[in-house]
Design a protein around this ligand. Sequence first.
Ligand SMILES: *[C@@H]1O[C@H](CO)[C@@H](O)[C@H](O)[C@H]1NC(C)=O
Ligand SMILES: *[C@@H]1O[C@H](CO)[C@@H](O)[C@H](O)[C@H]1NC(C)=O
Ligand SMILES: *[C@@H]1O[C@H](CO)[C@@H](O)[C@H](O)[C@H]1NC(C)=O
Ligand SMILES: *[C@@H]1O[C@H](CO)[C@@H](O)[C@H](O)[C@H]1NC(C)=O
Ligand SMILES: *[C@@H]1O[C@H](CO)[C@@H](O)[C@H](O)[C@H]1NC(C)=O
Ligand SMILES: *[C@@H]1O[C@H](CO)[C@@H](O)[C@H](O)[C@H]1NC(C)=O
Ligand SMILES: *[C@@H]1O[C@H](CO)[C@@H](O)[C@H](O)[C@H]1NC(C)=O
Length: 728
Amino acid sequence: MKMFDKPFSATAFVLFFILCDVSLATAENTKDNQKSTYIVHVAKSEMPTILNHHSIWYRSILKSISNSAEILYTYDNAIHGFSARLTLEETQLLKSQIGILKVLPEKIYKPLTTRTPQFLGLDKITDMFPASNATSDIIIGLLDTGVWPESKSFDDAELGPVPTSWKGKCESGQNFTAANCNKKLIGARFFLKGLEASVGPLNATKQFRSPRDSDGHGTHTASTAAGSAVKGASLFGYASGVARGMAPHARVAIYKVCWEDNCVGSDILAAMDAAIADNVNVISASLGGQAVDYDEENLAIGAFAAMEKGIVVACAAGNDGPTDSTLQNVAPWMITVGAGTIDRDFPVYVKLGNGKNYSGVSIHDGSLTPRTFVPLIYAGNAGVKTGAELCLTGSLDPEKVKGKIVFCDRGNISRVEKGLVVKSAGGVGMVLANGKIDGEELVADAHLLPTAAVGFSASKAIKMYLQQAQNPTATLVFQGTVVGIQPSPIVSAFSSRGPNPITPDILKPDFIAPGVNILAAFTKAAGPTNLDQDDRRVDFNIITGTSMACPHASGIAALIKSVYPNWSPAAIRSALMTTAYVSYNNGKKLLDSATNGPSTPFAVGAGHVNPIAALNPGLVYDLTADDYLNFLCALNYTAKRIEAVARRKVSCDAQKHYSVTNLNYPSFGVVFKQVARSSSATVVKHERTLTNVGVAGTYKASVTLDNPSVNITVEPNVLSFGKNEKKS
Ligand SMILES: *[C@@H]1O[C@H](CO)[C@@H](O)[C@H](O)[C@H]1NC(C)=O
Ligand SMILES: *[C@@H]1O[C@H](CO)[C@@H](O)[C@H](O)[C@H]1NC(C)=O
Ligand SMILES: *[C@@H]1O[C@H](CO)[C@@H](O)[C@H](O)[C@H]1NC(C)=O
Ligand SMILES: *[C@@H]1O[C@H](CO)[C@@H](O)[C@H](O)[C@H]1NC(C)=O
Ligand SMILES: *[C@@H]1O[C@H](CO)[C@@H](O)[C@H](O)[C@H]1NC(C)=O
Ligand SMILES: *[C@@H]1O[C@H](CO)[C@@H](O)[C@H](O)[C@H]1NC(C)=O
Ligand SMILES: *[C@@H]1O[C@H](CO)[C@@H](O)[C@H](O)[C@H]1NC(C)=O
């Protein structure tokens, strides 16, 4: 799985995957005689009655096909089954054993806020619910890179005793003991058996064999969801103010499953298995991999079991936008969260020798600023090998860049690595130029040298100057933090887009939340760029990605759950979706950074989350586990495929008409197989049932049409509800 921060260009991801695959393949060839990790789904109902525990049965099944294979994990909550290292031949034998539903190769996933509470109006919410003890009963479990427990964001001073519902634990390990947990950070576990089985032993000089976070991603997401309020938070003075999670009184339970950007399916399932048994109320997963069918997707299968227990599962939508159909984590029983900007920016001016200036963004630690004009050079003209225009490692000629500001194109390696390349070659500043695919979206990073990230149009203008001027010069003028930027939010170019690659009728993402330049707590084991060469240490870091949007949704879901403890995960998601907004105060549609034009539902889903309104949605579209099973019947899943997801036998009724379009989802997509000619218009019907969760009242449907080639009618157009009444 991929952690969803640091969105470099799509090409960079491709490169990363290739490197990953090679290293995994090598490890396997040399080490384990072609064994790989497989997740084995078992029909527990077929367990011979004389065996009194499933783990005995699973071991005997495995013994019957191999005398060397060992079980990595036995699962009982997220799925029924186990994971093991097997050869291809052994998997064939295994598939023919009684009770075996599915043998899936393990998938690799990647782990893909001072101002946000105010931006979302949540500063008012805390006034509405002062130190609400109901919120403090809610437990958010985070599947991520672990936690830095000493961060002030996990201070427990305002909290009462740990909720009695909590069944989890605080595991000790390298530089981490049970004493690192408290009444805020109530649990912490780590899962790496699966990882070590595929890539070999963990390098414990670089990473902690414990829940301790050496990366920062997990500390950031956990504090975004539920961090306690910390006064005077900032990164080098940027974004200063009170840093506070969305649900500052909720409890945090850490499940460390990602190790240096790798998270493997067997470890993730073990973590979900534990989180369900531990009684968390919300699972927040800022990680993903390419979307596959629901019955092959570990996170989706684990999320199904969680949903049945009333646990809300929120996931990042992915950072592969603006390309179409790049969404991840699209199961209809999950919350899929895309990313947008907030009203805060960190502007910098690039002043050129010709008197013109262009604005960009920067987070600058105050060192080494070129205060006067210095020579500006295009990296493509300063190279010793190919890839210099991209400032790839070792591509720049120190003779040519020494003492200069270097203009680098984005792509192929991470943004912060380019800064390191320029700095190592003796450059004194960098202009980091968006390509067409990045549009005008500006991501602020804590670069190792003074840097201005500029949008595509500024990048074209500066390039023109570089071509035409005899002796181009420039200087960077830093402006600090500016709030109240309008318009905001704007959908991020990197936020993954629909249509939903698995079931286009289910519109995803569900909504967007803040995910650009988010300030939250960080690890002290790495610098803010995460580069080995970065020896700066910070309490808070500003990072970007759908990884950052997801915990905003998880924290807000926790608030709703605390007010309405009996609401199902679907009702909570419905409240978040139907109250989301799609336009600015002036009525104009939310903009999309990728096009600079209006956004579409494939980018924003139901719109931008509005937590205050979500507390009072009036009506909800509710769903039960059975509704989702009917949906799988409608997709013509076989009995075995459904059992792998549902962990029990479910028979679809051959007489019954199941329909994907009738899943009671709060939004929908319509797939037109072909363009209808005027004579034969295509008619599509969707049926929905609404539950009144507010006071008795009458609701009238209204339709806004963006596209004149489609007509929409709602029947009946008016519905009156008594308290708790349902109507279709
Ligand atoms: C919440 O619980 C704590 C400890 O049980 C108690 O001291 C505090 O007064 C409670 N707060 C509210 C708002 O009820
Ligand atoms: C981890 O613990 C070891 C041994 O106590 C100590 O030397 C080291 O500084 C600790 N590392 C961190 C990052 O706290
Ligand atoms: C582990 O990481 C350290 C620090 O980066 C490095 O010096 C060492 O070579 C690594 N060890 C192995 C076995 O890769
Ligand atoms: C950059 O130019 C704008 C107008 O184009 C001006 O308002 C601003 O003050 C200039 N900034 C600097 C640092 O020169
Ligand atoms: C950058 O990445 C693209 C896509 O992977 C690749 O085709 C190209 O060769 C790379 N450029 C360099 C200079 O490595
Ligand atoms: C399921 O099978 C039925 C009957 O063959 C077919 O009409 C329907 O289109 C199929 N549904 C899907 C989603 O493939
Ligand atoms: C939509 O309805 C209007 C009014 O009933 C009608 O004039 C129009 O032709 C319809 N458009 C389509 C595409 O069917």
